[in-house]
Write a protein that binds this ligand. Sequence first.
Ligand SMILES: [Zn+2]
Length: 381
Amino acid sequence: MHKAVGAFSSLLDAFKMADVSMRYSLFVPRAYNLALSLGFQPGKIMPSRAFCSDESQGYPIILITKHFGTFPFNHGMVGGIVATDRHGPYAHHGQDLILIQASHVGYDPETGRFGTYRRLQTENQNETTNCGKICGALDWYINEYEFAKTNILLKLEDGVHKIIIDNQLSNIDRQQGLILKLDKFVKTDDRGIPIPEVSMSTSKMFNALPELVELLGHDKWTTGSTTPIDHALYPDLFYFRHITSQEDEGSDHLEKNLINAMPYIVYSKWPALAAAQANTQVEFDRTFRSITLDHAYTGKKVLFISGLNVDISPQKDQIFPLTKFIPWAAFVQDENGNQQTWEQAELFEKLMQQSEENPDQINLEEAIELMQGFKEIKLPF
Ligand SMILES: [Zn+2]
């Protein structure tokens, strides 16, 4: 783990992964039975899903259809963002309402990597990014971080710890880019501008603050040669500025969700996983508030579950991914307006208390066959 602490660090650290993950084929019947335990009435439950548009999300949707006996309302936008302006129409479609929101991340069991997924329908069954929207948004930030890691150099000169910072990185007025918290690196004047020892053509050399030397470790500094700061550029030492649309649920909503967590995401071993996790956390917080404010839910039973869909890349003879669900949090409201929030451990415990059996589940093949047997209805034109 990194040495930095911060508000987002503690939120990200609060998310347990391996201990609470479960196969989707077990999660959905448990979610159904959890809804029944809250008094939801079989046959009157309308599910909705807020998933990314990626076809990898199809298998969870099929399982929801099978166990709830109806196709779930589409509450989601690319990247796993909740379309909160659809609360009204959704709430009108059922008596008891269960919303499932999840960001997603691919996982390749052969390489043990997150963020990739085998697309069986491509010419050569190539692996591509997953979630593609999240990975696409991360590229810019990861490039900025890579540049900073290699263009901040450390060296020991006559026993003094020196740091050489690229001019672009020491410019605090930049509108976009990775912005160093320079007062954690070097002495700054009262306007926050760093005071260099030596100015060179593309960089400046400073005396490193003793606190920085402690944080990075004495062994990072060597006499004679310069050493890039590399992975010792901890998330607490920088942040990002990026000009994007600030529109709610607009094309840059995902980046807006992630920008404060971004130092932790780019630093993480698996940025695509950390980003999907952070997005789920931000979306849960935002969506539960929007549910409590929306009159469409007044007098309704509501169960809102948020989590992470881990799409295990399908092998050659598999039609679907072996998706796992990692629950994060839930919000519950009864018809009298009593509301509760369940944190991760509580939600997991409640799910695990439920049976994996669902006698109400439908046989999809039979249902489709039955539909084909009905007399055709002719349209009046
Ligand atoms: Zn996606």
